[in-house]
Design a protein around this ligand. Structure first.
Ligand SMILES: C[S@@+](CC[C@H](N)C(=O)[O-])C[C@H]1O[C@@H](n2cnc3c(N)ncnc32)[C@H](O)[C@@H]1O
Length: 207
């Protein structure tokens, strides 16, 4: 980061600079990480998500990895492909919204208790703007949970993610959250053995 805490624009260049609507036009009904890694993420969500809360799954698809035993009041999904979101039976509502052209989230302030973002933060070209907006839509004491692994679509991931080691990606995402205004930024390694790794960065909205 430079002195103004603004990351250099070249970090967010991509091999494929076509509009994201082109890349995500067709649904991908696939799991983007191993089943054991999904299970670890689900277990983590079960540890931290309270019953009867409102959850936003940012950069969502046809699966949200939410633990079915937790009764949520609302589970909203935001992603790029309508067919995937329509097929996601864990969502109570969803919208198609391109965060790289509209980093402002389409929800009023103080709407959610949790914002989740699974294995997707590397596709954001203006992550700090998106995370500032996530802070706004969270209620006081709300939490953001960013889960990362090592797989990515190479043509769509921003340059910085392709040029640094996993531990530096965790530091990078931690600084995104701090710059966006989150408190108590914490990084965890919940990787299963012999499966895709799982690194989680969380932050809290204190006031
Ligand atoms: C690797 S998939 C992960 C999907 C899901 N979170 C999961 O854990 O399986 C990447 C997701 O990021 C979403 N995405 C990519 N670019 C986006 C953008 N510009 N705005 C909003 N969502 C985007 C896609 O719709 C896709 O669902």
């Amino acid at each position: 980061m430079n002195k103004t805490n603004e990351p250099p624009a070249r970090w967010f260049q991509r091999i494929d600079e076509d509009p994201d609507e082109v890349f995500y036009a067709s649904p991908r009904f696939v799991e983007h990480i191993d089943k054991a890694t999904i299970e670890k993420l689900r277990e983590y969500y079960a540890e931290i998500i309270d019953e009867e809360t409102d959850v936003l799954d940012l950069m969502s698809s046809w699966i949200s990895h939410l633990p079915s035993e937790i009764k949520l009041t609302r589970s909203s999904g935001l992603g790029m492909n309508e067919q995937e979101l329509r097929a996601n039976n864990q969502l109570s509502d969803w919208c198609v919204h391109n965060l790289n052209t509209k980093p402002q989230l389409p929800y009023p302030a103080d709407t959610f208790d949790y914002v989740l973002c699974a294995v997707s933060i590397q596709y954001l070209t203006a992550p700090i703007q998106v995370l500032k907006s996530a802070l706004e839509v969270l209620r006081k004491r709300g939490r953001i949970v960013i889960a990362m692994s090592h797989r990515l679509f190479p043509t769509k991931a921003v340059s910085i993610f392709q040029h640094i080691a996993p531990e530096d990606r965790i530091k990078l995402v931690s600084s995104y959250l701090e710059i966006a205004g989150f408190d108590e930024v914490t990084a965890l390694d919940r990787s299963p053995t012999n499966a895709d790794p799982l690194w989680i960065v969380t932050g809290l909205k204190v006031s």
